[in-house]
Design a protein around this ligand. Structure first.
Ligand code: CUA
Length: 319
């Protein structure tokens, strides 16, 4: 008995140590937005009950195994026959009902603050999942790939979707809220409002193909003035064709399969590839895909395609 108890206690200590040892542990990441904080609160509220139930059930199980093991009586002898126990039956009916009511009311109380997008003072951004990158469109038409810039202390409302030729992806920045599928033809709405400047990382959360693991997303939260300034400057630069959009698009849409320097990976070598000398042929491949390559740029605006082809010709030809 003593030895078994010791093993159980050690196991429980090891598990709880792993669970609460901070990052990277079993605990959720530190929330950095009101909606994420409410999800976090709900997680811990549910964890209190499930944790207690786990300990009670497992504790009782171990206790019964030891206490009622068969070697105390002969094989022929029946155990005690028990028929009904009103108090016990009432208890195991009423207790779960109360637990479910407690969990349900808490979560429903938190839900509006998670789900409803605050109406005032918000920035709206289109988030689209492609194999294997995220394409963002800001209200003034600015395009960005993988890294989403956002103002601190202001609601950013996201319209999460995917073009109709795509597969399903899933948008998830754990510190900034829940997971939302990017489904072709469907628009899901979510939001965040970052507490502090910083970079919040996430990962496509729906297996979408061979490079799914490289489909990461980042939100860079910055002071509001800085964000407004960046957005205005970026709009001008993209208009003029002097922005970093080409490189950003290459890193997001091309490099994950063809290598950061176009040196080839699961996709063919791009550096020095003759295709780059012919912008029309290049556009044809980018827009329509080829063999295993998806049509990464099928519905890009002209300026994103141009930015990419300019960048590729500059960086990957000759040098
Ligand atoms: Cu996109 Cu996984």
């Amino acid at each position: 008995m003593g030895r078994i108890l010791a093993v159980v206690v050690l196991l429980a200590l090891a598990l709880s140590g792993a669970a609460f040892a901070g990052e990277p542990g079993f605990t959720p990441v530190e929330p950095a937005s009101p909606n994420a904080e409410r999800i976090n609160d709900s997680y811990y509220w549910v964890a209190i009950f499930t944790g207690a139930i786990f300990l009670i059930v497992q504790g009782t199980l171990v206790w019964f195994i030891v206490r009622y093991r068969a070697d105390r009586r002969s094989r022929e002898q029946d155990g005690a026959q028990v028929h009904g126990n009103t108090n016990l039956e009432l208890a195991w009916t009423v207790a779960p009902v109360l637990i479910l009511v407690a969990i349900g009311s808490f979560v429903f109380y938190k839900l509006p603050g998670i789900q409803n997008v605050p109406a005032a003072d918000r920035v709206e951004v289109k988030v689209e999942g492609y194999r294997y990158y995220w394409n963002y469109t800001y209200p003034n038409g600015v395009i960005a790939v993988d890294r989403l810039r956002a103002p601190v202390g202001q609601t950013m409302r996201l319209e999460v979707s995917a073009p109709d030729f795509e597969v399903i992806h899933s948008w998830w920045i754990p510190a900034l809220g829940g997971k939302f599928d990017a489904i072709p033809g469907v628009t899901n709405e979510t939001w965040f409002n970052p507490y502090a400047p910083g970079i919040y990382r996430g990962q496509c959360a729906e297996f979408c193909g061979t490079q799914h693991a490289f489909m990461r997303a980042e939100v860079e939260a910055m002071p509001r003035e800085e964000f407004d300034e960046w957005l205005a400057e970026e709009a001008e630069a993209q208009e003029a064709g002097t922005s970093g959009l080409g490189e950003e698009t290459f890193r997001g849409a091309c490099a994950k399969c063809h290598g950061l320097a176009g040196e080839g990976d699961i996709g063919p070598v791009l550096r020095g590839n003759q295709l780059l000398e012919d912008p029309e042929a290049l556009e044809e491949v980018v827009r329509n895909g080829r063999n295993a390559m998806p049509p990464v740029g099928k519905d890009w605006e002209e300026r994103q395609l141009e930015a990419l082809t300019d960048y590729m010709q500059e960086e990957l030809l000759g040098g």
